[in-house]
Write a protein of this length. Structure first.
Length: 560
């Protein structure tokens, strides 16, 4: 079929070529080597980050950004690399240009620092490609050398993290790569170096006949029939929706930052807003690479749907089931690979926060968001106090201060290693330095098996997980995808088209899937259901009190 003959609803957007598919399959991330650039007092662990970029923050008005940019510039120069300042929206700003203040009151100003190879042929300098981790460690090394009186712990040893916090260097960090992936077939997951950018993917020869499948208990959840994405029939009635007392009450609103939401009878436009805007500009991704519309965008033409195709639609359907009367904002932050750059997430969270703040203060252009669902995460290389940037935490805190409950999935790697942003709260035994507050709650969610009596084996666990909810073999909505994997047998008789179940035929509109990605929206929906019906207008303080009562009830309910 010629390119110009491709119609909407086909496996790829109109006009795409193999170059687009190949280009889109490249994850702009690199694995951090904990042995690289060692620094005494800092123990690093694997993570994935954008190699040529750092994030720099500096107060609500950006007053400290200049100092931190100077630190990065000096450190990068030692490797022969230059720096360019870029706003989170991608706008490049010159060295003499003023950095705009935060659009959200109380939020930090954050900009990107792009590392460039400007002096690669300078004598004694390696022409290696820029590496943000090496620069970050050099920034810390320089800062520690300049501190005259470092902070010491109870034993008299230098507390590197708190010393760097006092020096202000904690406002400099990597641009991490987050993922929204549910349970997959591949056992090489985020807690180790073999991630989606490695060669062991769905297109590799190690398939169902190899040992890394049914003999791997966690991997079982990724298989159809055992909790993996598969078609299922919904035979119940349509979900009811109560009427409103117009002008006096409003519906609870759940914002889902994910892969967007596809078309579905359960998710009409009067329930799901797929085009959320701030000052006339769309929030999140709004390009053609939409995995809720085109389910096979990237990777080889292997006859399989992309691993995260339908992810956001599935989440929206769970919220719809748990809170039929709620409205949903479906904001796309991830691409068809399920990848989210931290810098983009920061920008979107800030813009959602601006909408909420305007609503609470009665300003023009505001919108309420009562629950924010984040079914995504990453593992920080140095999650201790003073060794990680608090920018995402601060943004979420400002939103919670307005009365918005934040719900985050714990992750699917069967580990107790804390994930971000799920663990960004003062959990028992934590060394992240966060203090309790009186804002709306931050709830990290792990997954239960269908019985509700046991924790799913894939679910991350630990004291940083506040709530567990059903997240294995969940039934919810999916777009009417019809993938390349066909039914295994066909025998037409009596003028009937007779087949086994097509593993990727979702034209019935419903499926089964597993992951903490789907436990989180269940909790988000339960909170929203407790909030019905809300006053048409309400100040932040009262909203926080109302949210606290709803969360207390949900956390005490063991039936989810």
């Amino acid at each position: 079929m010629a390119q110009d003959a491709i119609e909407p609803g086909s496996p790829q957007p109109k006009g795409w070529s193999w170059r687009d598919r190949a280009r889109g399959s490249i994850v702009e991330g690199t694995l951090l080597d904990p042995a690289a650039e060692p620094l005494e007092g800092i123990e690093a662990f694997p993570t994935v980050y954008v190699p040529h970029r750092l994030l720099v923050s500096g107060g609500e008005k950006g007053e400290l950004i200049g100092d931190n940019v100077g630190r990065v510039r000096a450190a990068a120069d030692q490797f022969g690399w230059g720096v360019t300042r870029v706003l989170l929206d991608g706008t490049e700003i010159g060295d003499d240009d003023e950095v705009p203040g935060a659009r959200l009151p109380g939020a930090p100003v954050v900009i990107r620092i792009e590392l460039t190879t400007t002096d690669g042929d300078r004598e004694g300098v390696s022409p290696a490609l820029p590496d943000a981790w090496r620069v970050l460690q050099q920034v810390r090394r320089d800062a520690l050398a300049a501190v005259r009186e470092p902070v010491r712990d109870a034993n008299g040893a230098v507390d590197v993290g708190r010393t760097l916090r006092v020096a202000g260097v904690d406002g400099i960090g990597l641009d991490h790569v987050l993922t929204v992936d549910p349970i997959g077939i591949n056992p090489y997951t985020r807690s180790n170096p073999y991630t989606r950018s490695n060669p062991y993917t769905r297109s590799n020869p190690y398939t169902r006949s190899n040992p890394y499948t049914r003999s791997n208990p966690v991997g079982e959840y990724g298989e159809a029939g055992l909790g993996g994405r598969q078609p299922v029939a919904w035979v119940g009635p349509p979900l009811p929706r109560a009427a409103l007392d117009e002008g006096r009450t409003r519906r609870a609103v759940v914002a889902v930052l994910d892969t967007g939401a596809g078309e579905h009878t359960w998710l009409p436009d009067d329930i799901v807003d797929r085009h959320v805007e701030l000052d006339g500009q769309p929030i999140g991704h709004h390009d053609d690479a939409n995995p809720e519309v085109f389910p096979d965008l990237f990777g080889p033409l292997d006859g399989e749907l992309d691993p995260v195709a339908g992810h956001g639609t599935f989440i929206a359907g769970i919220v719809r089931q748990a809170a039929p009367d709620a409205d949903i904002l479906a904001i796309r932050v991830a691409d068809a690979l399920g990848v989210v750059e931290e810098s983009n997430l920061l920008r979107v969270v800030e813009e959602v926060g601006v909408l909420v703040h305007r609503y609470r203060t009665g300003a023009e252009g505001g919108r309420p968001v009562d629950v924010l669902n984040l079914s995504l995460g990453y593992y920080h290389e140095t999650p201790e106090d003073g060794l990680y940037s608090r920018d995402l935490y601060r943004l979420l805190s400002v939103i919670r201060e307005q009365g918005t409950v934040v719900v985050v999935s714990a992750g699917n790697d069967a580990t107790d290693r804390p994930t971000f942003p799920a663990s960004l709260w003062p959990w028992p035994g934590s060394d992240n330095g966060l203090e309790p507050d009186d804002f709306a709650e931050h709830i990290s969610v792990g997954a239960l098996n269908p019985s509700g009596r046991s924790t799913a084996l894939f679910s991350n666990v630990g004291p940083w997980v506040r709530r567990y909810a059903r997240g294995a073999s969940i039934v919810s909505t999916l777009p009417a995808f019809d993938g390349g994997i066909q039914a295994s047998a066909r025998d037409d008789e009596y003028d009937r088209h007779r087949l086994t179940i097509g593993p990727e035929d979702f034209r019935g509109g419903f499926g089964v899937w597993s992951g903490t990605s789907f436990a989180a929206p269940l909790v988000a929906g339960l909170v929203a259901a407790r909030l019905q019906a809300l006053p048409a207008t309400e100040e932040a303080g009262k909203a926080v009190t109302r949210a606290a009562k709803a969360v207390t009830a949900v956390l005490a309910d063991d039936e989810a």
